[in-house]
Design a protein around this ligand. Structure first.
Ligand code: SF4
Length: 356
């Protein structure tokens, strides 16, 4: 039977993942799950345990929509925290619903190329290990480029002179990335777009409002889950910074654990799991760097981030930096998010004027 491979969404990362899977599984069909909509969350929530964290519901919704479109191999990455158990539970739920498919936990706790290759062999790749390694390294480099590019966009899009310049170029950038199959093409795109993005005219005052976004990885990186919060901030001429990206999670987080704990200073003695330690350390760093405000995002019931909140409140008090807390679930009201966000940046503007 023809295999149709699918996987869940997170931000724009479906683009490099799809390219990787197409290169690795040439004889199979690769299908990105349909774009996330309200319906995705509705379907996912309907079949999820009520108490489970919201990324589980989004992923399950993605899987159901992909299965309904013909997917018969589902890939879940797996990882730390409760996320490490998503795959097993989602597989049970989907099988109970009557779907027939193969479910692969691609990474688990082991991101080594050898482990990934082993799992890809299970699905049926015919590539040699050396060729697989080439594709893997190419995609890692592409992810780095996406993260660097989007960091620049995030910090500057709020100040573009001609509306839509960044969004338009961002779209073109991804269209060209989709054609990448080797390092030299990727290198050329990097050079081209680095110049193009930097040539977009911006009017950024030196004392513009700066807001840092911290919190749980999925709610930060999947814009649908946070109601396009970064875009909303940018529309109000705010520079937005965040450090959680796939590059950070794969290559910096574990290596930096000791450093992060040390940098968190008196606010943390021990690590508190998942992204909680990073949220505390980063909030302290943002406060020390003179940011005007911080936004903390988490799924409802996310224990590592709940644990981080008392320290964030202390940082807010000590450094006199306002922190806005959002907790997302399938019941979150979009209007509520917008209203709180508007009140937050009105308050930041008043605070800045008052301090002048
Ligand atoms: S970090 Fe939070 S959202 Fe992610 S799996 Fe753990 S509890 Fe759930």
């Amino acid at each position: 039977m023809q295999k149709v491979i699918s996987f869940p969404h997170m931000g724009n990362y479906h683009i490099p993942i799809e390219i990787l899977l197409r290169m690795v599984f040439k004889e199979h069909i690769v299908m990105t799950a349909p774009k996330i909509t309200k319906k995705t969350l509705e379907i996912g929530s309907r079949h999820s345990p009520d108490f489970v964290c919201v990324p589980f519901k989004y992923n399950l919704g993605n899987f159901i929509e992909a299965l309904d479109k013909g997917a018969n191999v589902l890939i879940q990455s797996g990882g730390g925290c409760r996320y490490g158990y998503y795959a097993e539970i989602q597989e049970l739920i989907l099988k109970d619903l009557g779907y027939e498919f193969e479910f692969i936990k691609l990474i688990g706790g082991d991101l080594s190329p050898v482990n990934l290759y082993r799992n890809c062999k299970r699905i049926g790749t015919t590539l040699s290990f050396h060729r697989f390694l080439y594709c893997f390294l190419l995609i890692i480099k592409m992810v780095r480029l996406i993260d660097e590019t989007e960091a620049y966009i995030r910090e500057n899009i709020g100040f573009e002179v001609k509306q839509n310049s960044f969004d338009k170029l961002h779209g073109e950038f991804f269209e060209e990335l989709k054609t990448v199959r080797n390092f030299s093409r990727l290198h050329n795109i990097r050079k081209k777009y680095s110049c193009l993005f930097r040539s977009i005219e911006i009017k950024k005052p030196p004392n513009c409002l700066k807001v840092g976004v911290v919190g749980e990885l999925y709610t930060i990186m999947e814009p649908f889950c946070n109601y396009f919060l970064e875009k909303e901030l940018a529309q109000n001429n705010i520079q937005v910074s965040r450090y959680i990206t796939v590059t950070f999670l794969l290559f910096e987080k574990t290596r930096r654990t000791k450093k992060t704990l040390k940098a968190a200073g008196k606010y943390l003695k021990y690590t508190i799991g998942a992204d909680g330690t990073d949220s505390v350390e980063r909030s302290k760093t943002l406060a020390e760097r003179g940011y005007d405000g911080i936004i903390h995002l988490k799924p409802f019931g996310c224990m590592p981030e709940v644990n981080a909140m008392p320290m964030l409140q202390n940082i807010s008090k000590d450094y006199k930096i306002p922190i806005l807390y959002f907790s997302f679930d399938s019941q979150t009201s979009e209007t509520g998010v917008r209203t709180r966000l508007e009140a937050f940046y009105d308050m930041l503007i008043m605070k800045k004027e008052f301090e002048r």
